[in-house]
Design a protein around this ligand. Structure first.
Ligand code: ADP
Length: 468
């Protein structure tokens, strides 16, 4: 498997080699062309001047041999060479070291160039010099007739040499860059690998169930700091969840234990049969029935909570919430009547569509109305209002009950939290109702708030997005 170091190094080396190769090849082309062009321009100028100054020899039918020889002598260290040829292309003057070619004839290609009457520049291998050369042929024209020519030769060697040096320079630059890249790679990969390694170690510790070690968030890299931040946040969440889970299991066990202990106690008393009267038996059985109902309600609430917990994303539907709320109220009517409590539904229209998952809304209304009935005094009214605005609909449930003390309000959404434990038990409360409400409202993307006045009553309010 590749390490960060090897991956970085391969990428760096590849990038450097590719970049330098592209730069080297294009630069050597550009520089080679530039030097060639310069050289050609220089040779053209030289050839024109020499042709000009040699013309009178041809016009007077004199041999420019000595003159050409002097020029060649002066330029001998530059590597260029000047030849003069007569109208038939026979060499009549050359450099001192090539005197032997005097009297020889130009090749047919060269002769053609000369007889065209135009200055020509050609590049290529010379049979005579046994090397690639640049050749500038300048015909000497008198009375519209080619009476001779001056040919300047220059070897291409110098240009090749310059290009070769450039290539060497590029190779040298590549070696230096690769060495720097290696040092840089070692440094960077260590810097990158360290926080990753720390996170891997911390994850292993969490996975082994040992401890929740937070990783430092002060590396040089923003992304790693973000990752470390998220990682630490995740650890906190896992820690919280673990604690919540333990608390929850503890609470559930406790909640299950007390009715079961009570039932067991009564069963034992019944089996024992001491002081058994029909009236006592009846009383015991009715208490046991109440405790069994409490157990059933607790398990029902736990199941609802588990289901709400496991929903990742609810699928809101467009529903007529007035109809749904009215149905829930109707179902509670008997229960409310027994407690001499009445309902009032206050809404402008009988038709109001909102976006919500219907089972969630039904459960929310059941729990809030159940509490409102439980905590309402006799002969009081529970007011349910549904008020739409431009993009939301607000639903509120107000009772005239004892109210909730201010310091308890932040906790009422917690699982198994009860303000008055004895009263809650007596009324068959499980302490899970509002936790279910909160969970469902969160899952539906809503918000719930509560306002309470001690001795006057409580109002629960939540909002849903309106559906058009
Ligand atoms: P419970 O089953 O005990 O009613 P909930 O989760 O529904 O559990 O409510 C949590 C606590 O909040 C209750 O024990 C009660 O003390 C308080 N509470 C909830 N609704 C009301 C209300 N309408 N009026 C007064 N107190 C309330």
């Amino acid at each position: 498997m590749k390490t960060i170091f090897s991956k970085l190094l391969t990428n760096f080396i590849l990038t450097i080699v590719i970049c330098l190769a592209i730069a080297g090849i294009s630069l050597s082309f550009v520089i080679r062309n530039y030097i060639s062009e310069q050289k050609e321009n220089e040779l053209v100028l030289k050839a024109q001047v020499i042709a000009q100054s040699t013309k009178h020899f041809f016009v007077k039918n004199e041999n420019p041999h000595d003159y050409i020889n002097t020029i060649n002598h002066l330029d001998s260290n530059l590597g260029t060479e000047v030849w003069a040829v007569d109208e038939n292309g026979i060499v009549i003057a050359a450099a001192a070291e090539h005197l032997n070619c005097e009297g020889s004839k130009l090749s047919s290609a060269e002769l053609k160039e000369m007889q065209s009457g135009r200055l020509t520049v050609s590049n290529g291998y010379s049979e005579y010099f046994k090397d690639p050369v640049i050749r500038v042929t300048t015909p000497i024209i008198d009375k519209n007739k080619v009476i001779g020519a001056v040919i300047v030769y220059s070897p291409v060697k110098g240009i090749d040499e310059a290009t070769r040096r450039l290539v060497f320079m590029m190779i040298f630059a590549a070696i230096i860059s690769l060495s720097i890249a290696l040092i840089f790679c070692i440094y960077t990969s260590k810097k990158i690998a360290k926080p990753v390694q720390k996170m891997a170690e911390a994850s292993m510790e969490v996975a082994d169930g040992n401890k929740f070690t937070h990783v430092p968030i002060s590396t040089e890299f923003k992304e790693f700091n973000q990752l470390a931040g998220s990682f630490n946040h995740m650890l906190e969440r896992i820690e919280q969840n673990e604690k919540r889970m333990k608390d929850f299991v503890g609470n559930v066990s406790h909640e299950l234990k007390s009715p079961l202990t009570s039932i067991k106690g009564f069963i034992e008393a019944l089996i024992d049969g001491k002081g058994k009267t029909a009236e006592r038996t009846q009383k015991f059985l009715s208490i046991m029935d109440k405790e069994a109902n409490r157990l059933i309600k607790l398990i029902d609430d736990l199941l609802i909570l588990c289901k709400a917990d496991s929903i990742v994303k609810v699928e809101p539907q467009k529903i007529n919430i007035i109809k749904l709320i009215q149905e829930v109220i109707t179902n509670f009517e008997v229960n409310a009547h027994q407690k001499l409590v009445s309902f009032k539904l206050d809404c402008a229209s009988k038709l109001l569509y909102a976006k919500v998952e219907p089972h969630s809304l039904k459960q929310i209304m059941i729990n809030l109305l159940d509490n409102a009935i439980k905590y309402s005094p006799e002969n009081s009214q529970i007011l349910v209002t549904v008020s739409p605005n431009s993009n939301e609909v607000e639903i509120s449930i107000t009772d005239r009950g004892p109210g909730i003390p201010e310091e308890d309000i932040p906790n009422i959404w917690d699982r198994f939290y009860r303000v008055d434990k004895a009263r809650s038990r007596e009324t068959g409360g499980t302490g899970l109702g509002l936790a279910i409400v909160k969970e469902l409202i969160d899952k539906n993307g809503g918000e719930i708030s509560v306002k309470s006045n001690i001795g006057k009553g409580t109002t629960f309010k939540f909002k849903l997005p309106i559906a058009v």
